[in-house]
Design a protein around this ligand. Structure first.
Ligand code: GLP
Length: 237
């Protein structure tokens, strides 16, 4: 069973997650972090930045990326990771990878797996959770053994993420995402979720059956998981 930490708000959760990352980096200055996008990890990055650690040796692998956005698009996860993580935390840009960085979609999945393996694997993977139960962009139906690959986005996810784009039509239809098997191979997982809208899916992921219908339920298979939720997101537990 995952270690579940219930806190009053997202700021408190960010402090706890930042503390876990700080402990890792003090022990291993070239630690490999798995980086999530979305609104959920923002308080973690803010709390970590406030600690003014030297993170220049830390290596990073983003969970996912849209397919089809022009290079430099502000909502591409490359741009989001640079703006919200690399800059504020003082990471070394060349050490932070995003799927399909090379632009070669056909080989993006395999290339990413090779790069993660070459880095020695991910030490700590930060995760949010989508309302469909997705982690990364592993939508319902994703295999628990899946590796990084191209996927179709669920319509609910496109609707949820349309707020970052001019219209629903502007939201990409496809993505490249680390697989659930990739995520399982990280040595440690820290999953965060906030707000009432996540309460149902958090309960399903943590206490429901292991099922590809709830991709985040895969975390029940991982031996070292910390789940940090606010009171609202914990209300279904
Ligand atoms: C996005 C991302 C996920 C993220 C999730 C939740 O679509 N691809 O990695 O965890 O949806 O987003 P948010 O944290 O904004 O609720």
């Amino acid at each position: 069973m995952a270690e579940v930490v219930i806190v009053p708000d997202a700021a408190a959760a960010g402090e706890i997650a930042a503390h876990e990352i700080e402990k890792l980096v003090r022990r291993k200055p070239d630690a490999v972090l798995g980086l999530a996008t979305g609104s959920t990890p923002l308080t973690t990055w803010a709390a970590l930045a406030a600690r003014h650690l030297d993170l220049t040796g830390v290596r990073g692998f983003a969970l996912d990326e849209y397919v089809g956005l022009p290079v430099g698009h502000p909502e591409s996860y490359r741009a989001v990771i640079d703006r919200e993580v690399v800059g504020p935390l003082g990471l070394t840009p060349s050490l932070v990878h995003v799927p399909a960085d090379s632009g070669r979609i056909e080989t993006a999945g395999d290339d990413y797996e090779v790069a993660i393996d070459a880095a020695g694997g991910i030490d700590l993977q930060v995760l949010g959770i989508g309302r469909t139960g997705h982690v990364g962009f592993n939508e319902p139906g994703s295999s628990f053994a899946s590796l990084t690959r191209v996927k179709t986005l669920a319509q609910q996810t496109r609707i949820d993420n349309a707020r970052f784009f001019d219209s629903l039509e502007a939201v990409p239809t496809h993505c490249v995402t680390q697989g659930l098997g990739t995520i399982l191979r990280a040595r440690r997982l820290v999953l965060l979720a906030f707000g009432e809208a996540k309460a149902g899916i958090v309960a399903d992921a943590l206490e429901g059956p292991l099922t590809a219908s709830v991709p985040a339920s895969v975390i029940q298979l991982h031996p070292r998981v910390m789940v940090i939720v606010d009171d609202a997101a914990a209300s279904g537990l």
